[in-house]
Design a protein around this ligand. Structure first.
Ligand SMILES: [Zn+2]
Ligand SMILES: [Zn+2]
Length: 407
C-alpha cells in the first residue's frame, strides 16, 4: 500500500486546486460585507448555501441561534458509536467600525476548504485506504462579542463531537496562542446626593466608592501573576459637579489563564468593591457577564501533529513567540473537547483588530497561507481519523490537563 500520508496530501492539493477560485470568492464576499455579532445573516446564508450545494447536510439557524449552523458529511459506513467526529469551527463575525480586522473571513475560508478536503477523504474519492468518520462544519457566530460558542456549549452542541479544530489568521505563526479566560462586571455604587457646597456632609459619595475600588485594584496589580489582568473604565460618575454623586458605574474586565485563577481574581474584585462601599457608606451591586470566556487549553497531541504537517509544507511554527494574552470563546470549547487554535501568518507582521490587518485579511497575499493552513488543518484531522492510538492519547491528555486547568 502507498504511504497514506502522502496520498492524503495529494488529495488535499487536488481539492484546493479545484475549488481555489470559489474559496477566495467566499472569503472576499464575507470581507466586503462585515456583519457584527449575531447579525451575520449574509455570511450564514452564503456558507450554508455553499456547503449544501457541495453535498453537506446542513441545519440552518442551529440551536435556535439565527446565525449559527451545522453542516455534516460522513463516510458511507459511518457509525456514531464506533467512528470519530471532528468539528471544524467556523467564525465569520466582524468588528464594529473596523470590519474584518480580525480576519474571520479567512477563518470561514479555512473551515470550508478543510471540510471539502475531508469530504473527499471520507467519501473515498480515489482512496485505497478508506477512513470511517464524520466531519462537521460548525458555524459559530459572535466570537468578538456575545460568546456564540459559549451559548452553543450550553445548548449541548458539542455532545456528539470528539475533537474541535480551527485556525486564526495572525501576525506570526503561533502554534498555541496564550488565550486568557475573561469575564466582565458592571459595578454600580449607590450613595446619597447632596449639594456639594452647601451640605456635602449630608451626602454619601458614590464616586469616592468607585475611585477607592479602582485604587485598591491598581495597588493589587503589583502582586498579580504575569497572566492576570484587571482593567477598568468609569461609565457614569454623576451628572454635575455641584452635587455629591449618588450613583456611579464602572466596568471591570478580569482575565486569567485558568478558571481557578479567574475565580480568585473575581473574588478579589468583589472584596475591593465591598470594602470601598463600606468605607464610603455606599452600597454596591454586581452584574457579571452572561457568557464569560475561558482560557484556552490547547491539545498538545493535536497541535504537535499540526506543527509536523506544517513543517513538511515548509511552514515553521517556532517554540518561543510573544504571548498573545487576548481572549476567545474557543477557550470554552477547549474545556469540552480536545481542541486546537493555531494562529497562522498571513504575510505581514501585524496586530489583529487594526485597519492594516483588515486590509491584509482581504488581500491576495493572504490567500496562499490561508489555503496552506486549511490543508494543514484537514491533514491533522486525517491523522486523527487514521490512528486509534492518537485519538486515545489526545483524550487522555485532555482529561488529565483539564483537572489542573479547572482547579
Ligand atoms: Zn478578534
Ligand atoms: Zn478573531
Amino acid at each position: 500500500m502507498a504511504d497514506p500520508t502522502n496520498h492524503y496530501e495529494k488529495v488535499a492539493d487536488l481539492v484546493v486546486e479545484r475549488h481555489r477560485h470559489e474559496l477566495n470568492e467566499i472569503s472576499q464576499k464575507i470581507w466586503k460585507t462585515p456583519e457584527v455579532a449575531f447579525e451575520e445573516h449574509f455570511a450564514h446564508d452564503l456558507l450554508t448555501g455553499f456547503l449544501e450545494e457541495h453535498g453537506f447536510s446542513v441545519i440552518r439557524h442551529w440551536k435556535k441561534i439565527r446565525t449559527a449552523f451545522w453542516a455534516e458529511f460522513h463516510s458511507k459506513n459511518y457509525q456514531p458509536d464506533l467512528h470519530p467526529t471532528v468539528a471544524l469551527l467556523c467564525e465569520y463575525d466582524a468588528l464594529p467600525e473596523l470590519g474584518h480586522a480580525c480576519g474571520h473571513n479567512l477563518i470561514a475560508e479555512t473551515a470550508v476548504a478543510a471540510a471539502l478536503i475531508l469530504q473527499a477523504v471520507l467519501g473515498g474519492i480515489g482512496n485505497d485506504c478508506f477512513i470511517q468518520g464524520r466531519v462537521i462544519v460548525l458555524g459559530t457566530p459572535a466570537e468578538e462579542d456575545g460568546g456564540g460558542k459559549v451559548l452553543l456549549i450550553r445548548e449541548g452542541a458539542f455532545t456528539d463531537i470528539d475533537f474541535a479544530m480551527m485556525v486564526h489568521p495572525w501576525g506570526l505563526n503561533d502554534l498555541e496562542p496564550v488565550v486568557l479566560g475573561m469575564t466582565d462586571c458592571k459595578v454600580d455604587f449607590y450613595g446619597k446626593a447632596a449639594h456639594a457646597a452647601c451640605g456635602p456632609w449630608e451626602g454619601l459619595n458614590a464616586m469616592d466608592a468607585a475611585v477607592s475600588s479602582y485604587e485598591m485594584v491598581a495597588r493589587f496589580r503589583q502582586q498579580m501573576q504575569h497572566d492576570w489582568r484587571l482593567s477598568c473604565i468609569f461609565w457614569n460618575s454623576g451628572t454635575r459637579s455641584t452635587s455629591i454623586p449618588d450613583w456611579t458605574t464602572c466596568r471591570y474586565d478580569v482575565r486569567a489563564l485558568t478558571l481557578s485563577d479567574l475565580n480568585y481574581l473575581k473574588g478579589k474584585l468583589v472584596e475591593f468593591c465591598n470594602a470601598a462601599a463600606k468605607a464610603t457608606g455606599c452600597t454596591v451591586k454586581f452584574e457579571w457577564a452572561e457568557a464569560p470566556y475561558s482560557g484556552m487549553m490547547h491539545s498538545s497531541v493535536m497541535s504537535q501533529l499540526y506543527r509536523k504537517i506544517a513543517a513538511a509544507k515548509g511552514v515553521v511554527y517556532p517554540n518561543n513567540v510573544p504571548a498573545f494574552n487576548g481572549s476567545t470563546d474557543m477557550g470554552d470549547v477547549s474545556l469540552v473537547v480536545p481542541s486546537i487554535h493555531p494562529g497562522f501568518y498571513i504575510g505581514q507582521p501585524l496586530l489583529i483588530h487594526t485597519a492594516d490587518f483588515r486590509r491584509q485579511a482581504g488581500s491576495m497575499e493572504a490567500q496562499e497561507p490561508t489555503l496552506t493552513a486549511a490543508k494543514t488543518l484537514a491533514l491533522t484531522a486525517v491523522e486523527l481519523f487514521l490512528s486509534d492510538e492518537l485519538r486515545k492519547r489526545a483524550k487522555e491528555e485532555f482529561m488529565t490537563r483539564r483537572k489542573q486547568f479547572v482547579g
